[in-house]
Structure formats: C-alpha cells, structure tokens
Design a protein around this ligand. Sequence first.
Ligand code: M6R
Length: 614
Amino acid sequence: MCGIVAYLGDKQAYPILVNGLHRLEYRGYDSAGVALVTAGELKVYKCQGKVAELEAHVNGQDRSGTVGIGHTRWATHGQPNDVNAHPHVSTSGDLALIHNGIIENYAAIKEELLHRGHRFRSETDTEVLVHLIDDIRSSENMDLPNAVRLALESVVGAYAIVVLDRTNPDMLVAARKSSPLVVGVGENGEHFLASDATPIVEHTRNVVYLEDGEMAVIERGKGLRVLNMRNQEKTPFVQELEMHLEALEKGGYDHFMLKEIFEQPRSIRDSMRGRLNLAQSEVVLGGIKDHEQRFVNAKRIIIVGCGTSWHAGLVGEYLFEDLARIPVEVEYASEFRYRDPIIHEEDIVLAISQSGETADTLAAIEMAKSKGATIIGICNVVGSSIARVTHAGSYTHAGPEIGVASTKAFTAQVTVLTLMALMIGQRRGTLAASRFHQLINELDSIPAKVEKVLANDAHIRYIADIYRNATNALYLGRGYTFPVALEGALKLKEISYIHAEGYPAAEMKHGPIALIDEEMPVFVIATKGASYEKVVSNIQEVKARKGKIIAIVTEGDTVVKGIADHVIEIPGAPDCLVPLLSVVPLQLISYHIAVMRGCNVDQPRNLAKSVTVE
Ligand code: M6R
C-alpha cells in the first residue's frame, strides 16, 4: 500500500529517492517523505500530499548525501498529514524508519515505550518501531542489525521496513514480513531497496527478492548480507529483472489507465504467447505442467481474489463449469480466510492477483495450503509473493499496470483462465475436439477484435459526455457477462466517484428496478448469445420505467438498436469470449467520465494499487 525506496552508494541519494517515489506513487499517495544523512546530520523532509508537494517543500533545502530512505504513504493509522508521514525518527534523533504494513500490537508496545521515556509525535503504528529499535540498541548496547532483529521479535503484524542511522551513514538495515521488499544490486557497490522493482529498473536489472522473515544489511564497502531472524546468513539469490522502463512511462497517453486500456490487444496476445498452439490444436501452460493431472482430476476448484481479480474469478467460474465441467466456487479472499471453509486435498485453489501482494489473497492461500489443497496462482507481477508461495501458476504477462484501476490485468487474467479451462476441458474430454478447435481459433482472433472496439473510442467518449453528471448508474449482464457488469460498475465508481452497481440482468426486478427513473443510466451487455432474448426483455423493463439504456451489442444488431438510447457495437464472439471484448467499452466509458469530471484517473482518492494490509 505504501511505497518504500532507499539508496546507499556513491551517487547523490535525493534525486534517486524522489524519482523512485514518483514511480511508487501508485502504491499510495496521501503523503511522502525522505530522510538523508548529510555531514553527520539526519535531515528529514516530509509532508501531506503527493511527491510533487514534497519536492516543492524540499526545494532550496540541503538535500546532499549518498544514503537515504523515501516513502509514499497510504494511511492506515492516523490521518494523512505532515506529522504522520514517514520517515519517523527515534527520540534520540539517530534513527529514521520507513514502513509498509501494519503493526497490530502497537498499542501495547507504545505504552511500554512511553514508560521508558520515549516521546511520540505521530498517531501511527509505525512510530513504535523506530523507538523500539533505538531503545534496544542503546539499552542492550547492540549494533543496528541485531537491534532490528530483536525488535521485530516482539512485533505482531506485517511489515517491510528500512532503517537509516545518523551515526552510521554507511549502513541500511531492512526487513520484511508479509510485505514485499526488493534489493537492487547496482554498480560500484551501490544498492537500492524498494517495495517493488519499479524504482530500481532504471539503475540496475540485478535484484534480490527478500523472503518473508528475512533481513537485508547493506554496508558501504562490504555489500549486501541477507539474514534470517535467527541471524543465519544466506547467499543472496540475484535475479535479472524482466521489466522494461518504457512500460513505466505514459508513452504519449494522458494517463496510465488510457495507455493500459489501449495496450490490451498486445497484452492479451502476450498472455497467450507460447501457450496457444493452433497448428497442433493444443494449449500448453508450462507453469502448471507438473500439477496438470491434479487439475484434471480435481473434484472442485475454489477461486480466490479481491476486487477486479475476483471479477475475473467469476468469469473463471463460468469457463471451468462450461468447458471443463468442474464445479467452481468463487470466494472473496477476505471472507474465505476467516471462514474455516471445508477444503479437501483434491481441491484446486486458484488464486488470482495482479500485484501478487494482496494481503487477503496471500492469507487465503496460506490457509488453503495448510489444509492440503493444491494452490495455483495467476499473477501479473513476476517474482511477487503470491507467485512464490503457490505450488504452481501462470503469469499473465500483461506488463506493469500502473493505473490504480485495473484494466489490462483483468483481460489478461481472463485470457489465462480461458486457456486453463480450455486445456483442462480438452484433457478431461469434456470439450469436443471441434469445439476446442473453434474456441482456440476464436481466442486467437480476440486481440484484433479488441483493436476494433478501441477504434470506436470517439463514439464511446461521446456517450460518456452525455452521462458525465450522473449520480448513479446500473450495470447489467447475464451469464458470462454478469461479472463484466460488476467490473464495469467498479471501474465507474472507483475513478469517477459515481455510485454504480452491477447486477445480473434478471435480478434487477428483485429490487434495483425501484431505482430506475429518467435520470438513471443503465449499461447493459446485450450481445448475441444464449441469453440475448432474455436480456432484451430486461432492457424493455428498464425502458418501460424511462431509464436510459446504453447497450453493448454485437455488430449488426438491429433489435436492441431500436430500443436503446445508445449502442456500442463490438465484434461477434462465442459467449465464453465476450467478457474480453465487452469490458473494453466499459473501461473507456469510466475513463472518459472520470476525466470529464476532473478526477485523478490514475490515483483515485483513498485507493492504492497494491493492498498489502488486510
Ligand atoms: O493486485 P490484486 O489483483 O490482488 O488486487 C486486488 C484488488 O485490490 C484490485 O483488483 C482492485 O479492485 C482494482 N485495482 C480495481 O480496479
């Protein structure tokens, strides 16, 4: 949720930190701060607001120094303000600390520290850490790495932390538990630390992902040591980053979200690359090969995820039941983890996450794992926590998604789910060879069809302009497009702050129909397919109550065109592939409405890209 960046090397730290904070701002953006050691002095600059405001605040002040830490915050404990912003400083003034996560037992630790004379300035849970480490260091006469290790023994919660020491500017100490931390190994002994690789990639491609319960000690002239909480050292595993810098830039688009929507023909293609073999009429998913038989024999699939990933999971439910005839349950990870659900060893748990760091999804995985289920991940971020704790998995290969509103990640997740369901359906013999062949060819043509949908952007923008001042909106879909209705509604509410609900079209008459009047835009996915006639009847029900219908229809449709207020045409496709096409105009509608309303599309209020707290 928060972004962490740190540097120790022979370059000036401040520009590296600020640039890194800009890259990390998508993780949280209510306040920002840096700490540097400059000629034996600890300089801490922090303020409420975005990184640009921090830069303005620091402007003209001394920002020299070759070691420093930086943080961009998403508030949990304490309001977003200057005092609660990180870094936090110990009472002695020697240590500065940045933190991502939540310290659950902070109140008890705080009380103890208050008795021991520490002065608290903020309302955050984080501040206890810096006082605790400093207290242990001075009272036990310990070096910093040992003091950090000992302090963390008494902490309950999740953390990624970096500690900077005024008295030793040649060292940085970091640790992680349930919150990601990456070390970048640069030139001439320089090192970077960050909550993800985005601030590192422009400096070095060599990274070490810390595991849970590990600490990193970086020392000038000595390099990097990785230790576990029993103080045992391990050889750091240096990996090469696959990320490319262009993927982190807007590339001429006004917003990351728009860029990412328009990237979908490519990202969907990348999700299929090397997996869809039309010539051999087969789907190969290398990442789950070793567990394929368990999948084929599965009695049940449980899909867990949050937000947009949960919506992709709902599409997965239709896919697996339709194509592979395996019963599926789709669960909010946050509910599943606390429910003591019945899980059998023959169950496959599919965990879906763009970031691979979502705390609830991680916890759901751990719980299902402890009950013996096979866990398969579908993640976008390579090397992320979920990718590492699952038994097997398939990356979505959508490339970095920076806009907080998920777009290309959703279509990539649905693409991978489609490939999985096709592969398992073929192996189980539930899919006739002719249908399998037809569907893989149709899937192959989806990127080109998405291009056609995107070419309609001007018309979609025109419709957005008509409904930009709506206060409510309803989204309806049926069968495969019901999850798309949910996703369309989520996109609108999260970036334009218009209240929106997604419903199965037929369910509307059991309640939401009461909301319909001449002011209410109702977005309906009414493509040709199994439920077409029934959805047309639902549209009639809305029109009879004077609601405004914006329908996503199959090219050439004349029936809905005659009833709806507006139609957006998309190319025809089999029902199971329609989600990949029909979600695109809904993403664009939300984007344009949000821009027209002057909203911050890429960084909507109160949200953060990666939800690493429960
Ligand atoms: O990284 P994840 O896919 O696990 O994130 C789950 C949700 O927080 C996420 O999908 C969220 O709902 C979207 N950013 C909304 O667009």
